[in-house]
Write a protein that binds this ligand. Structure first.
Ligand code: ADP
Ligand code: MG
Length: 255
């Protein structure tokens, strides 16, 4: 219990730090981005009207600007994810129906899913879990989007994303399975590290799974991964049914 409290405190102070950093970075960043975009637009207009820098030098300048813009876009994505992370684990919990949350995540991710896979749902009857609904939604949404992004655009009939729920030994288990690329062995141990990503700028920041891990751990649960290269991946989220071992006793009368 002592361990768990210490871990929770660490998460909380990390959250505060992340919130502070995200807040401080956001303003200058917006300013930077809007100015970079302005210069980019102006250069394009100048090039069109023939008053711009011509030739190799002009091309290099525009190239450098593109790099700066793409770097700033990446920073913006990271700041956005840090904000979500820091809004963290202190929110109100209630009794949550994981199947309803899964369904709303499917709706949100539908544009990612529909061109790549058919969707299968195998929902066993499961009890409610004690969680913050939007936090939990964030976990499932990232897993579902990751599943979709592991599958190439193409014929949605040839791939499947399967969502399932089951009840076992005091846990509700939510599984997200895909028939996508699979994960190379050497990536498995870094999967939950902040900023570990194999995706291009604008698609991934690598914060998704570390955020999922933080949220699920704070609920007293855990996440498992099974993956076969070239065949697909299954993520399983284990959530305790009764309250949360991470919660402190609410008052002395209860103890
Ligand atoms: P992001 O999605 O922004 O890259 P995540 O933390 O959500 O960050 O995922 C980290 C990395 O884990 C991904 O870039 C990808 O390489 C790998 N990954 C996660 N889920 C899957 C999956 N279902 N199939 C294959 N690779 C995955
Ligand atoms: Mg992700």
């Amino acid at each position: 219990v002592q361990e768990k409290l210490r871990a929770n405190e660490r998460m909380a102070s990390l959250g505060t730090l992340a919130a502070g950093v995200a807040h401080e970075i956001n303003n200058p960043l917006s300013y930077m981005l809007s100015n970079l975009r302005f210069v980019d637009d102006e250069l394009a207009a100048m090039a069109e009207s023939g008053e711009g820098m011509a030739g190799e030098r002009g091309r290099e300048v525009r190239e450098a600007l593109k790099e700066a813009l793409s770097g700033s876009d990446r920073v913006r994505d990271i700041v956005r994810d840090l904000k979500t992370f820091s809004r963290g684990n202190e929110e109100q919990r209630g009794a949550v129906d994981v199947r309803a949350v899964l369904d709303s995540c499917v709706n949100m991710a539908w544009s990612e899913i529909r061109h790549r896979a058919r969707l299968e749902k195998v929902y066993d009857e499961v009890p409610h879990v004690s969680a913050n609904e939007s936090r939990l939604g964030q976990v499932f949404l990232n897993l579902i989007v990751n599943a979709a992004q592991a599958i190439p655009h193409g014929d949605p009939k040839t791939h499947e994303i399967r969502l399932s729920t089951r009840h076992e030994e005091g846990h509700v288990v939510v599984a997200v399975r895909d028939t996508g690329s699979g994960i190379p062995r050497e990536h498995l141990e870094r999967l939950f590290d902040p900023f570990f990503t194999t995706k291009p700028v604008g698609v991934g920041t690598g914060l998704g799974l570390s955020i999922c891990h933080g949220i699920v751990t704070a609920l007293g649960g855990r996440i498992d991964v099974h993956s076969e290269l070239g065949r697909g991946t299954t993520f399983q989220v284990f959530l305790p049914v009764d309250g949360s071992p991470g919660m402190q006793p609410s008052n002395s009368a209860a103890s």
